[in-house]
Design a protein around this ligand. Structure first.
Ligand SMILES: Cc1cc2nc3c(=O)[nH]c(=O)nc-3n(C[C@H](O)[C@H](O)[C@H](O)COP(=O)(O)OP(=O)(O)OC[C@H]3O[C@@H](n4cnc5c(N)ncnc54)[C@H](O)[C@@H]3O)c2cc1C
Length: 355
């Protein structure tokens, strides 16, 4: 789907993007040049048409080369989705061209909000109203795609007495401070940092949604569905690597690989059908179950790649790609909604259904 020069560039950069010994800056420009950022965006809004499935496939394809680039892609595309689903047409028109062209980085600080939605934690940002907007304070401990040359970040903010809203915060907002990049296990060139917000004044023109409790469940299928593209792409790549090793003494792994390929195909199909039919808005548990299943498939696929490669995977001279995928796969269970959050949520719902 995406052009081969993007694939070649990602293959050449994948280890560097993971270890952080390269500049994270060009990733968005490369994705934009390959027309990836406009996937699933209406032509009238300068996108490349198609639907959410095309965007999901684009993220999966990039994840097959580099999970760091795929996560940056997801952050950018998720932010674009927040604008597409916002009532604030003026903000959409103002930001979309730069986001689609990769000139501006869009970041998603909504993990905390998604946890808030499930009753797991309180919102980390709080607002006080003033005549033109709000005064903000608080902290977002993890945000990716905070590009040093400019970003805008989506966050849910508590407004005591009125309930939470969702806004876009520009990186240059006085009072907003980006930390140094966090030192990570992998995905190091993802511009992941913390944001501290002290007495920052935000104008109403940055509002994405007045009612976070209505808007967050509405954007969650795209947020989570697109994120599943990362698992799909990583699992597909590991299973392709297994296939390349299947001759001779490794043929005993053939049936296990075939079963995983089939599971992956089924889960991907159910995900795409649910997204197209808009089913996950009213049945989030189905989407949660798919996210968990895909994470299990990633873990099994990378484990099978290790068995298929054998000792070679352990040699630095040969096993670089495997070692990276191993580290990349460790991200899948912890990215919000983490498997623990999803299992907690499903257990809670099962308890409610039984009561
Ligand atoms: C590479 C990477 C990129 C991420 N990018 C984003 C993003 O773009 N947007 C976004 O909203 N979220 C992002 N996150 C956050 C992620 O989605 C989860 O919210 C995060 O991993 C914590 O989830 P959890 O619920 O498992 O942890 P929790 O259950 O909340 O925490 C588990 C334990 O870890 C501790 N802990 C958690 N975070 C930290 C921290 N930063 N410092 C010290 N201790 C900590 C907690 O105190 C607790 O003891 C990113 C995470 C990673 C690893």
């Amino acid at each position: 789907m995406l052009n081969s020069s993007l694939g070649q560039w990602l293959d050449a950069q994948a280890d560097h993007l993971d270890c952080g010994d390269c500049d994270a800056e060009p990733v968005l420009a490369r994705l934009a040049a390959a027309d990836a950022l406009g996937l699933g965006v209406d032509k009238g809004l300068r996108g490349d048409a198609g639907g959410v499935v095309e965007a999901l496939e684009g993220i999966a394809e990039v994840a097959g080369h580099s999970l760091t680039a795929a996560f940056v892609f997801w952050g950018q595309r998720a932010f674009i989705e927040y604008l597409l689903q916002s009532d604030n047409a003026a903000l959409r028109e103002r930001l979309l061209p730069d986001l689609l062209a990769g000139r501006l980085a869009g970041a998603t600080g909504l993990s905390n909000a998604m946890k808030y939605l499930s009753g797991i934690e309180a919102l980390g940002l709080e607002a006080e109203s003033h005549a033109q907007g709000w005064r903000l304070k608080g902290r977002l401990p993890w945000v990716t795609n905070l590009r040093k040359s400019g970003f805008v970040v989506a966050a849910a903010i508590d407004l005591p007495g009125r309930g939470p809203f969702v806004a876009a915060l520009p990186g240059e907002l006085p009072g907003l401070e980006r930390s140094e990049d966090l030192a990570l296990l992998g995905l190091q060139s993802s511009n992941t940092a913390a944001l501290d917000i002290r007495d920052a004044s935000l104008g109403r023109e940055w509002l994405l949604a007045e009612d976070a409790r209505r808007y967050l469940p509405q954007v969650r299928p795209a947020f989570l569905g697109l994120q599943c593209g990362m698992s799909i792409g990583l699992a597909r790549r590991a299973l392709r690597e297994v296939e390349a090793h299947l001759g001779g003494s490794r043929s005993v792994l053939r049936a296990e690989r075939a079963a995983l390929v089939d599971d992956l195909r089924q889960a991907g199909k159910r995900l795409e059908e649910g997204l197209v039919a808009g089913r996950f808005g009213t049945r989030p548990a189905d989407l949660f179950g798919l996210r968990i299943r895909l994470a299990e498939i990633v873990a099994a696929a990378v484990q099978l790649e290790l068995q298929a490669s054998g000792g070679k995977a352990y040699l630095q001279a040969h096993g670089g790609g495997f070692a990276r995928r191993w580290r990349e796969s460790a991200f899948v269970p912890v990215v919000t909604p983490s498997l623990v959050q999803l299992r907690t949520e499903l257990a809670r719902q099962a308890g409610e259904d039984a009561a």
